[in-house]
Design a binder for this molecule. Structure first.
Ligand code: NOJ
Length: 530
């Protein structure tokens, strides 16, 4: 197997609870995913990221872990996971899971012991302080729910540190025992056959006075240890970095190719939505030009949506305001520093914009990841709390419960315009004109062209601010990409060196590109140089 497989792979993120229920208890489970591997293979997925499956009180949908060494009963068992991995590999699909290093649940036995007594051997597994005035330069992430990063523990009279909910105390990575524990956790799942980890919230592992407690050198030191451990024992398995930061701050997470294999590219995401709304590509270009080169064995991971709010942390305050005005017209659509809506409703369920956004996703540098359900354009439910509105049951069919469960679903599938009766896999999968089929086609084309596997791009000066025009070049192949962001037909100038014959990948025929080319509103072209 090729150890660099992730450099040009298509990823797919699954909320296990919401994807498919195999036993009628109303909760999606691991066996449910196993049942749907054919579907994922049909779409063209190379690797699934499953959201946390650990036992958890679920105050943060599983990102609050109470036991790192088993599977929560609602999702199945360790054997179910082994079977899923086996069956997925048979389908040529890999599986990565969340590795939540930064914090545990307050119900984790380590924390229960830690807070029981100042002299507990586990006291130092967490970050305690007599005052809540330490680390004042650290921002609060869940601004809508948490007033502080410190919470007072009445019994022992000290404060504990948490970057997320108060029910998620931060582990103390200055403690070598904690460092060791988390390597053991990684080992356990790697031994089970998992193909790697999406490492949650990594910028926050270490705290230091006088800093913003993010991206500190000691944090990188630990992550390098984790990588070295994987490299030595599990070559070919990957670490995917969740660091919601500007590209220059994510860059160190790749190290010299000795830290993370992959890192999410957070800032490009909101700029794709900006570009679509403004009909201008300048913001996209600016952030991609600002994106540093990465080592040869690394890759970005690009996305349009995920299970969280559409984060606006990596834009200016003015841009954030503008994005809220444009994409969150109702106050309840806002959450923290973002927007808690899904892909299709964000783009007004406009097929042209939805395809164009995907054309951008699949042609930018980086391996793309699709959030479950966005390949059919399913909707969201704003009545649900926090981020739950974008974690509703997958819409498989127009039958009761959307074909998700034969029991009573943990949350009702969505009804209405983007609900399961109209938007579902069954009605799209065999319909050549469906959105699903467009996405599937893009995936197939992307995967069959080596040019997309690199991590660089070259912007073309095509003389039109509405058309994002760029070259992808890799392994001897050159592709010219044109995305018309405007609702009008637009003309572009093709620089002399690119005036030649191309294969138009969607039309399936050759086209002789001269000095000018006209693109229809919101249309896109992927042209392979002959
Ligand atoms: C990032 C995850 O994506 C999010 O869902 C979670 O709430 C936080 N990390 C805390 O684990």
């Amino acid at each position: 197997m090729n150890n660099l497989w992730y450099k040009n792979a298509v990823f797919y993120e699954i909320s296990v609870r919401a994807f498919k229920d195999s036993n009628g208890d109303g909760h999606g489970d691991l066996r449910g995913i196993t049942e749907k591997l054919d579907y994922l293979q049909t779409l063209g997925v190379d690797c699934i990221w499953i959201m946390p499956i650990y036992p958890s009180p679920l105050k943060d949908d599983g990102y609050d872990i109470a036991d790192y060494y088993s599977v929560d009963k609602t999702f199945g068992s360790l054997d179910d996971l082994k079977e899923l991995i086996r069956a997925a590999h048979e389908h040529n699909i890999r599986i990565v899971m969340d590795l939540v290093l930064n914090h545990t649940s307050d119900e984790h036995p380590w924390f229960v012991a830690s807070r029981s007594d100042r002299n507990s051997p586990y006291r130092d597994y967490y970050v305690w302080s007599d005052t809540d005035q330490k680390y004042k330069d650290t921002r609060i992430i869940f601004v809508d729910t948490e007033p502080s990063n410190w919470t007072l523990d009445e019994k022992t009279g000290q404060y504990y540190w948490h970057r997320f909910y108060a029910s998620q105390p931060d582990l103390n990575f200055d403690n070598p025992k904690v460092q060791e524990e988390m390597l053991n956790v990684a080992r356990f799942w790697l031994d089970l056959g998992i193909d790697g980890f999406r490492a949650d919230a990594v910028p926050y592992l270490i705290e230091r006075e006088g800093t913003n407690c993010e991206n500190l050198p000691e944090t990188h030191d630990y992550l390098k240890k984790l990588r070295a451990f994987m490299e030595e024992n599990y070559p070919g398995r990957i670490l995917l970095c969740e660091a919601n930061q500007y590209p220059e701050d994510v860059r160190p997470y790749f190290g010299d190719g000795d830290e993370f294999h992959m890192g999410f590219h957070f800032p490009i995401m909101p700029r794709i939505y900006m570009a679509l709304k403004k009909g201008r590509f300048a913001d996209m270009e600016e952030i991609m030009r600002r994106t540093p080169a990465i080592p040869e064995n690394c890759q970005w991971c690009t996305f349009l949506r995920n299970h969280d709010e559409l984060t606006l942390e990596m834009v200016t305050p003015e841009e954030r305001q503008w994005m809220w005005e444009q994409y969150a017209p109702e106050p309840r659509m806002k959450l923290n520093m973002g927007i808690r809506r899904r892909f299709a409703p964000l783009l007004d369920n406009d097929r042209r914009k939805m395809e164009l956004a995907n054309s951008i996703l699949f042609t930018l540098p980086g391996s793309p990841i699709i959030y479950y359900g966005d390949e059919i354009g399913m909707g969201d439910n704003l009545d649900l709390f926090d981020r739950n509105g974008v974690r509703t049951p997958m819409q498989w069919d127009n039958v009761p419960n959307a074909g998700f469960s034969t029991g009573k679903p943990f949350i009702e599938p969505i009804k209405g315009e983007l609900g399961y009766e109209r938007v579902n896999v069954a009605c799209q999968i065999n319909n050549p004109d469906s959105f699903f089929r467009s996405v599937k086609r893009m995936i197939a084309l992307r995967k069959s062209h080596a040019a997309f596997g690199g991590s660089g791009m070259k912007w073309l000066d095509a003389g039109n601010p509405a058309v994002a025009a760029y070259i992808r070049e890799h392994d001897g192949e050159t592709v010219l990409i044109l995305n018309n962001l405007s609702d009008a037909a637009e003309v572009v100038n093709i620089p002399a060196e690119y005036q030649t014959t191309y294969l138009d990948l969607f039309a399936g025929q050759n086209i002789a590109v001269k000095d000018k080319l006209t693109l229809q509103p919101y249309s896109y072209l992927w042209l392979v140089k002959k």
